[in-house]
Design a protein around this ligand. Structure first.
Ligand code: SAJ
Length: 406
């Protein structure tokens, strides 16, 4: 059995490696030389626990290799980015580019699986696109399915095996064949449906989380106005057997939860009121935090230095893509040039591009920043920050967006 995996990123590479660990010959394809080189050396070009061992072992065993060229294979898994355009519609150009590579290699009977998070209709679009390039094939001889990923960054190798999966086929046969492939490594239930329902299920999962985080974020703003501790409020409300409120924060980051709901909104703009409002509520939270920090810097006691604790998009990772903390740090520093911002991020050695070159924003070791600043803004609940003693914070203005130091 030979499988080609197009796109060796956060999802494609783990999927390729786990298939290869089952003895399947996996040929990875990527456009980035750094990625192709790393994989062929048995290395991983980003941080994901346990993935390195899988890749090293599979390359050593000869079941995993990478190249720029799409090979002939019995099955193709497409795991490329689906960013959104300025008007919130999905950009399917990476999927089409993958299809351009696959089309000339098809002989008939192959399985093509789309893993990328996609708007409703994208899998059908992929099938139509391939068939337009290969009019000699038919829906019966080209099996196309959608199998959205659900893994949580940081736990990918574990969740690939233990999470239930949804497989949506353009035809029933496509769904069944895709299911059989995922059964080689997934020990949980694999549920089959049609392609559009599978696409929507993925978007709904992330929108569900977005809407619930928006509820928590709104509660934090209301509680602040009313002089109530929102974390105490939520933990008390959650003692009701049918209530389970999520945690407020400085906004929603990462490129899944802050993106996927827009695909639903753009597919049904008139009907998606709650989903759109949740997105806007979460997107507005960084500005609310900025106002809080600026108010603290207007106090007579302010000594000119603000500590910004955490830049990653969530706790205990180094991933800063679409991080609300970055947005907050950047806007604060640019709008307040006379204030010195001491950014603390234990997971990185240098500031990310978006913050680089801003003269009043400096990456600073935690103890130094906490000592020097008398306004402390906590943006990420990293484990390292939990141990900060109350005495260190005493007498300072603390804006704790995660409720870590209550
Ligand atoms: N957040 C809060 N409060 C919470 C939970 C999260 O403010 O109570 C924030 C986080 O700080 C972060 C953002 O939301 O900025 C997203 O973090 P997350 O841990 O909720 O999710 P991701 O983006 O790391 O991964 C999600 C997962 N989806 C769901 O839990 C429904 C994961 O299973 C998906 O595979 C992933 O999106 C994806 O790739 O779509």
């Amino acid at each position: 059995k030979e499988v080609a995996v197009i796109g060796l990123g956060y999802i494609g590479l783990p999927t390729a490696a786990i298939l290869a660990s089952k003895g399947i010959i996996v040929k990875g394809v990527d456009v980035t030389p750094r990625t192709v080189d790393a994989v062929n050396k048995g290395e991983v070009p980003f941080v994901e626990p346990a993935l390195g061992d899988f890749v090293a072992a599979a390359v050593e065993a000869g079941t995993l290799s990478a190249s720029f060229e799409t090979p002939e294979a019995e099955a193709y898994i497409v795991a490329v980015p689906t960013p959104f355009n300025a008007d919130y519609t999905a950009d399917l150009s990476y999927i089409e580019a993958a299809a351009d590579g696959i089309a000339p290699k098809l002989k008939g009977g192959e399985l093509v699986i789309l893993e990328s998070t996609s708007p409703p209709g994208a899998t059908q679009h992929l099938a139509d696109y391939l068939l337009a390039k290969r009019p000699d094939l038919t829906t019966e001889s080209l099996l196309v399915a959608h199998c959205p990923e659900r893994v949580l960054p940081g736990y990918v190798m574990e969740e690939l095996v233990t999470n239930d999966r949804i497989v949506g086929g353009i035809t029933v046969e496509a769904a069944e064949k895709a299911k059989a492939l995922y059964e080689t490594f997934c020990q949980a239930a694999i549920l089959t449906t049609d392609a559009k329902t599978a696409e929507m299920a993925k978007l709904v999962e992330n929108s569900y989380r977005d809407v619930n985080i928006a509820f928590a974020n709104e509660l934090s703003v209301i509680s602040d106005k009313l002089g109530i501790d929102v974390w105490e409020l939520i933990s008390l409300a959650n003692r009701h057997p049918r209530v389970n409120i999520l945690q407020p924060g400085p906004g929603v980051g990462g490129h899944c939860i802050a993106v996927d709901p827009w695909f639903i909104v753009s597919a049904a703009p008139e009907e998606s009121n709650l989903i759109r409002m949740a997105r806007n509520t979460n997107d507005a939270k960084p500005n609310w935090v900025i106002e809080k920090v600026e108010a603290a810097t207007k106090l007579d006691t302010f000594n000119g230095k603000v500590a910004v604790m955490g830049l990653a998009f969530k706790a205990n990772i180094d991933d800063m893509r679409e991080s609300p903390s970055i947005e907050i740090a950047r806007k604060l520093a640019l709008a307040n040039p006379t204030v010195e911002f001491l950014a603390v991020e234990p997971h990185v050695e240098a500031l990310p591009k978006k913050l680089d070159g801003i003269s009043n924003l400096v990456l600073t070791p935690m103890d130094e920043a906490l000592e020097a600043a008398n306004v402390i803004t906590l943006l990420v609940d990293h484990d390292q920050f939990k141990s900060v003693p109350a005495t260190t914070l005493a007498g300072k203005e603390v804006i704790d967006t995660r409720g870590l130091w209550r």
